[in-house]
Ligand binder design. Structure first.
Ligand code: FRU
Length: 300
């Protein structure tokens, strides 16, 4: 049984800079690399590094950038054979500046207006039986996303072993609030929570319980201030951020946190262990370039 991660894949060019440039300045960066991007693809990559059985599912294009990012998924054993391929499209890309001075990551993202999102028509072709867990980014066409999530809820009604549904809430749009009662596990980003007026991760996971379904697990990461989780009975646990060295790469830290929560819960850990594990994994990621250091947390 594997974990299906549904959402975006793109091509990231990551420039490591001593500091952010000023407008109109010409500056050399101190390092550059290309990697897969997109929250779902990043989380899939991390799940692969952790040795979880994982499949990425999203819309892809054709061409060298697509081949490059799919090869990276292959390298960590993440399947992607159900992806919907648009032969005449180039996948979205991001140009990212990592500032060594502050640890920030500044992103300029390009997505061709005609680049399609995954649709419900695509999703309904999937046989759901191989999956124990399906994770979605709340993005794109919400009416299609809603139908996808509802399809799993309906499928679960006839199953003894139910598929766990997790949803990521990162970019705030009012329309995604209706998804909150549908998830077994809510992964809420700091920006999203701040948008709702919450000042801390504790406050976010406590207040969001009113919007979540009964017994849902709610996780919220808050950058250098750590993360909080709320268990099925509303108990809240805060865990400080783990920083084993200077923070040099926060790109995809939230995606890494989410992947680590999913991996931990899906192998049977408690929610308290899951948040501790996720803070450890995400903190380690932030103190080394890229994602590969996460491999040291792999399950054997
Ligand atoms: C990080 C990330 C990058 C990507 C951007 C897309 O969370 O997924 O990999 O370029 O966000 O919004």
């Amino acid at each position: 049984m594997s974990i299906l991660v549904v959402g975006m894949i793109c091509y990231d060019v990551v420039n490591t800079c001593e500091r952010l440039p000023y407008e109109d300045e010409e500056m050399r960066c101190v390092g550059q690399r290309e990697q897969q991007g997109g929250n779902a693809a990043n989380s899939s990559y991390v799940l692969g590094l952790l040795n979880a059985s994982c499949e990425f599912y999203g819309a892809i294009g054709k061409g060298p950038r697509t081949e490059f990012v799919l090869k990276r998924l292959d390298r960590v054993g993440v399947a992607h054979h159900h992806c919907v391929c648009y032969a005449n499209k180039t996948i979205p890309n991001s140009n990212i500046m990592l500032s060594l001075a502050t640890g920030s990551r500044t992103t300029v993202h390009y997505r061709d207006k005609g680049f399609p999102e995954l649709t419900f028509n695509d999703f309904k072709q999937l046989d759901l039986s191989p999956y124990k867990w399906i994770h979605f980014e709340t993005r794109g066409d919400e009416s299609d996303l809603l139908k996808m999530v509802q399809r799993i809820i309906e499928y679960n009604l006839s199953q003894d072993r139910k598929i766990t549904i997790s949803l990521e809430f990162e970019k705030y749009r009012e329309t995604v609030l209706e998804f909150m009662p549908l998830a077994d596990v809510l992964l809420v980003g700091k920006l999203f929570a701040s948008h709702l007026g919450y000042k801390t991760a504790d406050e976010a996971v406590t207040q969001l319980r009113n919007r979540a379904k009964e017994n849902a697990l709610i996780f919220c990461a808050w950058g250098e201030l750590g993360a909080s989780a709320s268990g099925p009975d509303g108990e809240v646990l805060h865990v400080d951020a783990y920083t084993p060295g200077p923070v040099i790469d926060t790109l995809g830290a939230g995606d890494t946190f989410n992947a680590a929560v999913i991996h931990s819960l899906s192998r049977g850990d408690t929610w308290k262990d899951a948040i501790k594990f996720a803070c450890h994994v995400a903190g380690t990621k932030c103190c080394s370039p890229g994602y590969d250091q996460v491999k040291s947390f792999a399950s054997h």
